[in-house]
Design a protein around this ligand. Structure first.
Ligand SMILES: [Zn+2]
Ligand SMILES: [Zn+2]
Length: 321
């Protein structure tokens, strides 16, 4: 039961939650993760030990103070989203890392030797290294994400994420595995090649995981001026709009720095859209395996929806979204 509803309002508690929940949980998660690693806990264990309780906390909080009541109801989407989280979002980066880590660390050594200097301030404070890792990695992920919206052949792998009928914490993992792989290459590979440590990359992953859940959470929380730093739910809800001009904004995964630089940050002073999805594909398939197949049967999907293929309508290489 929402605290601000049902005739027993508790405005102070609701306001404390609205403004305090994100900073408390987010910065608390980063701090606990860092402390665990400082005490010798492996980065993978420390990340899991922090992310899973956060998932539980955010998921349960959606039952208490949802942003939209309609998004608190199951849309039959959670089995696919849960499968995506483990098989499409967590697994591909692990596989890519296992296969490429030798070559990438070799490239880091080569780069440092070739240029005669270290390209990562590894001796600096984590308060410097972590924000720097965000700015560097978000440049790659900003352009990977933006190109997925602007190039029809890339949009096919990103459409799964935008086919979500509602926003809630679990569709932070609703990505096609090819989408995850592209994002990993754009986001994390540059950090490894520049020489960021395993601890920095683990804290970066922890940040991304917790922020991603908050970014999609159906929570009535407000960030105020922090909306100029984080690419959080208040911005991201517009990114899932049915209106293309609104959806082709706010590409940041964690921070809105590059959206500000490239003038794609969008946060109008009005209610965000409750109806979300893909206007051209309202009957996007709902099952996990149908999602996996969707980029490869795109023409059939478009024909089933009765929409004009964007590539035919405006040219194969033009704006898809
Ligand atoms: Zn997108
Ligand atoms: Zn999203």
């Amino acid at each position: 039961m929402p605290w601000h509803d049902h005739g027993v309002p508790n405005p102070r508690l609701a306001a404390a939650f609205r403004y305090g929940f994100f900073p408390l949980v987010f910065f608390g998660a980063i701090t606990v993760g860092w402390l665990l690693m400082q005490h010798g806990v492996s980065p993978m264990i420390a990340t899991g030990a922090v992310v899973f309780p956060c998932a539980l906390l955010i998921g349960l909080s959606e039952r208490v103070q949802p942003r939209f009541a309609s998004w608190a109801q199951s849309h039959g989407d959670w089995p696919a989203d849960l499968t995506h989280t483990f098989l499409s979002t967590l697994l591909p980066p692990e596989i890519i890392r296992a296969v490429t880590i030798g070559a990438l660390t070799g490239a880091a050594v080569w780069l440092a030797e070739r240029t005669g200097r270290s390209w990562w301030p590894g001796d600096g404070s984590m308060l410097v290294q972590l924000p720097l890792a965000m700015v560097v990695s978000e440049f790659g992920s900003y352009w990977a994400h933006r190109l997925m919206h602007e190039k029809e052949w890339l949009w096919r792998v990103h459409a799964v994420h935008h086919s979500a009928p509602r926003l809630y914490w679990l569709n932070a993992g609703r990505f096609h595995p090819l989408d995850t792989a592209i994002q990993y290459v754009g986001q994390t590979v540059p950090l490894i090649v520049l020489g960021a440590s395993g601890e920095v990359i683990a804290l970066f992953s922890l940040w991304t995981a917790v922020h991603g859940m908050f970014q999609h959470a159906n929570l009535d929380i407000r960030l105020g001026p922090l909306n100029w730093i984080f690419s959080m739910a208040e911005l991201h809800r517009w990114h899932h709009s049915l209106v293309l001009e609104e959806a082709n904004t706010n590409y940041g995964a964690n921070i809105c720095f590059w959206d500000i630089v490239f003038r794609t940050r969008y946060l109008p002073d009005r209610e965000p859209p409750e109806q979300i999805g893909i206007a051209d594909l309202p009957r996007f398939p709902a099952g996990y395996f149908a999602h996996l197949a969707s980029p490869f049967r795109w023409r059939a999907l478009v024909e089933e929806a009765g929409a004009t293929p964007m590539a035919e309508a405006v040219g194969a290489d033009s704006t898809a979204r």
